[in-house]
Design a protein around this ligand. Structure first.
Ligand code: NA7
Length: 811
């Protein structure tokens, strides 16, 4: 945090978005459209992200203007005119500024503010986000729109701090003009940025030294001013192009040739490469289907491009040194240039090959290579970015149990679909690692990711769910898939920012999904269509409140209307209700109640009885101002609900009882003792009567019960003394739980039972249904346990409950 700024809790928002570039602006727009309060934090002094920072001379996008723009607003698209085929940085920045103004986004963006921490609070299910300006805000959702190439990578060069001239990184270029006129200049790095800056500086500088470690493949842009006709034509074409790009391999609007480069004659190959060359730029990727898969196929394209360099560069020795070798075409993103190789035909431009002899140091006068000093006035570092993970690793991001993302990602980033991370609920990444954005047109990918995230948020809100979290299994499977796919391509083996190899110490893993933009989209959309498979969706995290003599209860609340309390069973918690919540919360104030400490563990030696829990719940309802309430009990919860209805009838408006009618551990033990050792206890008949409540006579007489009894055997008392104690307890319990007592329930009740559940057969429900006076009885049938049945058919179950509640006579 910056000096002088004390953290202060400034506000709560529905969502915090980090970054106001292409991704952040659109994310803000979408969430605002959905009615969310949103705060965007942006480190830059203006919006624009990459296009705010990369203002170096010659900075230009390598995707055509018509494709590198938003598609979400037809008005925006039709009113904006691009002036060139490939947009300059300055024009892109103007466009993004226009978007921020046109859609009223600025009031929600805090500029000049760097997010330093984002911490998930498990108690509240919210993110707390802290900035270098002292902001401390809370938000339900946190969206990282931090960009794929937003953290400039600077080599650690000894002596740089004593350099007498000025130096800049292309990725953090000053807003003021840097004048190269009459100066000696060094450009370090010959990736996209170095290739773009070189010809522009060459025209201004006295002398230019280009320090090249690896030569790059580059295809000319053939940039042109956009004529009126072009604009009209491309406008008409826009939707067709965009739709094509969305489902294409590279996210580009140019078709990929479906043939193998090796399946055609040398002449035909050359014709195709020439045609792609004339298109200019990235369409070269699609010249043949197997360029990024088969090294021999790739070599044909690489050789074609090397031939072009030889044609352009007059000095054969310089040309030879500019030839990219040792890695496949496309292994590093193909550069798109305007006069890069031609610049070396100028007498003031010098290529310094540093492949075998790296820059040793920067002296006060300039770079020192192999004992030779290159005195310069300005050094331009075009040394790239800590890509994909750099921006995220600069923020302290902590998820469940305080776990740090940086630690989780120590051996390489793991995400599900590049959109979410297991253990970090409601944290979304726009084009994160594991997404295909960097292999094509990032704007197409950004729009898709933002739409997906926005739809997911809408889904959660519509269904009254609070949290969405990738499961560890889904994440593992995605990471495996990403690596598997990369293994089929030539991308995974190359030292580049695609693999993290450009930053020393960074784990070397493929950072993007190489399965294709279209295939990726299909997978993400399918996931969403199927209700977000691979994600755990859950209701509000519970509030924990101490009650009774120290036991802790957990409650969560959602929705509004007449209180409806959901009481879960032993070993379950509030998450079990997730499938039912959307429907129930649409009509009721739903309180889920999770009793903890059952079995005496949190209450000393004394076992907790249903009566204790019922009393706790009664206190709770009073404290929450939620009485009288409808009660829906599952398993042991249904016993608690019953007990509450008996002990505090005025607090219970109605009862929905489903699942096994278990009692306390002590009760169960004595029950089974009675069953398994009837000759010892002498209570066989009474036991069977009681078990008829919980199970059924038919079930007890069936073979199915034998194995269960065997399982219980170790629990059973064996000495005479133990048996006597249990028998005594059993008498007390049985008296307590007699059917006659159920007859004392006056609240209207609905009993739900599943036919296939060993422990919850229909018979149990029928007996209860016949016993409780004001009752209706519903039988759910189907395969599996009644619990599975209930959850799988949650909509039907919720309808049943809602209908029961609606049809209740007014009190
Ligand atoms: P890139 O493509 O990562 O290029 C960085 C260049 O800097 C590349 O030529 C590197 O050589 C070179 N480099 C990095 N460190 C050093 C040191 N220590 N000494 C000499 N040279 C060095 O980044 P760009 O900004 O050009 O482009 C990034 C993306 O932006 C691009 O792919 C487009 O999508 C737009 P190396 O290849 O590592 O040998």
């Amino acid at each position: 945090m910056g000096a002088g700024h004390q953290p202060r809790h400034t506000a709560d928002y529905d969502a915090v978005v980090v970054g106001a570039g292409f991704a952040g602006l659109y994310q803000l727009y979408r969430l605002r459209e959905q009615g969310l309060s949103v705060r965007v934090f942006e480190a830059g002094g203006g919006v624009g992200g990459t296009w705010f920072w990369n203002r170096y001379p010659g900075a230009r996008c390598d995707v055509e203007s018509v494709d590198y723009q938003y598609s979400f607003s037809e008005e925006l698209r039709s009113e904006w005119r691009w002036s060139e085929r490939y947009p300059r940085q300055e024009e892109l920045l103007r466009y993004l500024d226009h978007v921020a103004d046109r859609f009223g986004l600025r009031p929600h963006i805090q500029l000049g503010t760097r997010v330093e921490r984002a911490v998930f609070d498990e108690e509240s299910g919210h993110w707390t986000v802290g900035t270098d300006r002292g902001d401390l805000v809370r938000a339900r959702y946190c969206v990282m729109a931090t960009g794929c190439l937003s953290v400039p990578w600077m080599p650690d060069l000894p002596g740089l701090e004593d350099f007498a001239g000025e130096w800049h990184h292309t990725g953090a270029w000053p807003a003021e003009n840097v004048d190269f006129t009459g100066k000696r200049v060094a450009v370090v790095g010959t990736g996209s940025s170095g290739i773009q800056v070189t010809p522009v500086v060459a025209e201004q500088a006295d002398e230019l030294f280009v320090f090249q470690r690896t030569a790059s493949f580059s295809v000319p842009a053939f940039n042109l001013p956009a004529g009126e006709e072009d604009a009209a034509e491309t406008s008409a074409e826009f939707h067709r192009r965009r739709e094509f790009a969305r489902h294409s391999v590279f996210g580009l609007s140019v078709p990929v040739n479906k043939q193998s480069a090796l399946a055609v004659s040398a002449d035909e190959r050359r014709r195709e490469y020439e045609a792609r060359w004339r298109m200019g730029g990235l369409p070269m990727y699609g010249a043949f289907a197997d360029l990024l898969i088969d090294r021999a196929a790739n070599d044909t394209a690489a050789e074609f491009l090397r031939g072009k360099i030889r044609e352009k560069v007059q000095d054969p020795d310089v040309a030879e040194r500019l030839l990219p070798r040792g890695y496949p075409l496309g292994g590093k993103r193909i550069c798109v240039d305007t006069g890069y190789f031609e610049a070396f035909n100028r007498s003031n431009v010098h290529l310094v090959d540093i492949k075998d002899t790296p820059i040793d140091a920067i002296t006060p006068r300039g770079p020192l290579v192999d004992g030779v000093e290159y005195p310069v006035d300005v050094i331009v570092f075009a040394t790239g970015f800590d890509a994909m993970t750099g921006a995220l690793s600069q923020i302290e991001i902590r998820g469940r149990h305080g776990a740090a993302l940086s630690e989780k990602w120590a051996a390489g980033p793991a995400s599900y679909l590049g959109l979410a991370v297991a253990g970090f609920p409601n944290l979304f990444l726009v084009t994160g690692p594991g997404s295909p954005a960097v292999f094509g047109n990032v704007v197409v990918s950004i729009e898709h990711a933002v739409d997906w995230i926005s739809d997911a948020v809408a889904h959660l809100r519509r269904r009254n769910l609070a949290l969405m979290e990738a499961t560890a299994d889904a994440e593992d499977a995605w990471v495996r898939h990403v690596n598997e796919v990369a293994g089929f391509t030539l991308l995974g083996d190359v030292d580049s920012w695609y693999t993290g190899a450009n930053v020393p110490g960074k784990p070397r893993v493929i950072l993007g999904y190489a399965g294709g933009a279209g295939e990726y989209r299909r997978r993400c959309d399918e996931t969403a269509r199927q209700g977000y498979t691979g994600f755990a969706l859950s209701p509000e995290p519970p509030r924990r409140i101490p009650v009774g003599d120290g036991a802790r209860l957990e409650i969560s609340e959602t929705g509004s209307g007449t209180p409806l309390v959901l009481v879960c069973g032993t070993g379950q918690d509030h998450r079990m209700w997730a499938p039912l919540l959307p429907a129930l919360a649409s009509r009721h104030r739903v309180i889920t109640y999770n009793h903890r400490g059952i079995g005496g563990s949190e209450r000393g030696e004394r076992a907790v009885t249903t009566a204790d829990l019922a009393d706790d719940l009664a206190d709770l309802l009073g404290g929450l101002g939620a009485a009288p309430a409808h009660l829906l009990g599952w398993s042991l919860g249904s016993a608690v609900a019953q007990e509450l209805a008996l002990r505090h009838p005025d607090l219970v408006a109605s009862l929905v009882l489903c699942g096994t009618w278990g009692r306390t551990d002590a009760f169960q033990r004595s029950l089974f003792t009675a069953l398994a050792h009837p000759w010892r206890t002498g209570h066989r008949d009474r036991a069977l009567t009681a078990l008829g409540i919980i199970y059924s006579r038919e079930l007890l007489d069936s073979e199915a019960f034998g194995p269960l009894t065997a399982q219980l055997e170790p629990l059973l008392p064996s000495t005479e003394e133990q048996v006597a104690t249990v028998a005594e307890q059993w008498d007390a319990d049985l008296a307590h739980d007699s059917l006659d007592r159920l007859g004392g329930i006056t609240a209207p009740a609905l009993v739900v039972a599943g036919e296939q559940d060993l422990l919850t057969p229909a018979y149990q429900g029928r007996i209860v249904a016949e016993t409780i006076p004001a009752v209706s009885f519903e039988l759910f049938t189907g395969p599996g346990s009644s619990h599975a049945l209930l959850m799988e058919r949650s909509e039907e179950f919720a309808d049943l409950v809602l209908k029961f509640l609606t049809d209740l006579p007014p009190t």
